[in-house]
Design a protein around this ligand. Structure first.
Ligand code: ZN
Length: 342
């Protein structure tokens, strides 16, 4: 991994695209803060197709503005991001998803990179870490945490007012969170949503310059969503997106399915159509214990895949490769949606 210490703004290209093309490999950037006794961490572009955080970091680096605390910043998936067309590839072809690698054993390339990031963070002892992403369909902004407490809420609230508390464990960076160093995931919105870059810019600005980012401002409201489950597809599933069933697919998903992101979906809402070859075997829903809870969330009538109760759906992807390699969507039961008022 390349390491840059207090790089001069002139070192960097004018565009974020040229910036990462020129770097060409994963990079760690250290910038000294006005207060040298404290350090904060930033990770972005763990997924090569999610550029909002990178654009915000690049803009800040070009500005030359000194942060309040020291900043240790990692931009890991540059090799995947710069494959033409730029920002298309979530992972480097043939490799594991970088944000599923923060668990031992660290024996492949993305695993070793994850281990190195954790090792360097443990040397710098940051007081907190943010990991900035985009969703792969249209979506409003939200945060994801693995612990529900005021420090995690405060970090998320720098960027967004929606927070998912997950007990799913997949090997994501945020799962390394602790009371000594809270780690949160920020989803700025869809990679193509113009508002997503703005969310990243405004949030990063607060993160770089506010003295206390671990205490929720009085009167701040957060929408909370707990215990999400993932709608996963079988690895050999043939999936397509359309307005009606496409012959030969195991699942045809409604082409504008991402319109459901964070909207309230009633029972019986159509998600798509299952093929007759695999039928229901093509899809599964597992909870954090690994139990199959498909029937609680979805039902199949004829070939239609429908919601089985009122749900909030989010992180809905409209990319077949991500639907198969990761998951089609996340869901929480609408009754578990809370508004926190402090
Ligand atoms: Zn991501």
């Amino acid at each position: 991994m390349k390491k840059l210490f207090n790089p001069s703004p002139d070192l960097f290209e004018e565009s974020p695209e040229d910036f990462i093309r020129n770097l060409s490999e994963p990079v760690m950037i250290f910038k000294e803060g006005a207060n040298k006794t404290r350090t904060r961490g930033i990770v972005t572009l763990l997924h090569g197709n999610e550029p909002s955080g990178l654009r915000a970091v690049h803009k800040w680096l070009k500005s030359g503005i000194q942060p309040l605390c020291n900043i240790v910043c990692f931009i890991p998936s540059i090799p995947a991001a710069i494959i033409d067309p730029i920002f298309k590839y979530r992972v480097f072809p043939g490799q594991r998803d970088m944000n599923r690698c923060f668990l031992p054993p660290y024996n492949d390339e993305p695993g070793k990179r994850a281990e190195e990031i954790l090792q360097i963070f443990s040397e710098y002892q940051p007081e907190c870490i943010i990991d900035v992403h985009n969703t792969s369909g249209h979506s409003p902004d939200f945060g994801v945490v693995t612990f529900e407490d005021s420090a995690h809420e405060a970090l998320v609230s720098l960027f967004t007012d929606r927070m998912i508390v997950t007990d799913l464990r997949l090997g994501a960076l945020m799962e390394t969170s602790s009371s000594k160093c809270p780690v949160v995931t920020i989803e700025c919105g869809g990679a193509e949503d113009p508002s997503a870059d703005e969310v990243a810019n405004i949030g990063l600005d607060k993160y770089l310059h506010q003295d206390n980012v671990l205490q929720l401002e009085h009167g701040h409201h957060l929408d909370l969503y707990r215990h999400p489950v993932r709608l996963e597809l079988a690895p050999d599933c043939v999936v397509a997106y359309s307005d009606s069933y496409i012959l030969g697919t195991d699942l045809t998903v409604l082409s504008d399915v991402d319109k459901f992101n964070f909207g309230e979906v009633e029972r019986g809402e159509l998600i798509g159509w299952l093929g007759s070859k695999k039928g229901i075997a093509g899809v599964s829903v597992k909870d954090s214990q690994g139990c199959d809870v498909f029937d609680k969330y979805f039902e199949v009538k004829g070939h239609q895949l429908l919601t089985a109760q009122a749900l909030k759906l989010f992180m809905i992807t409209t990319r077949p490769d991500i639907a198969i390699g990761d998951c089609l969507l996340y869901a929480t039961a609408e009754s578990e949606h809370d508004i926190l008022d402090t």
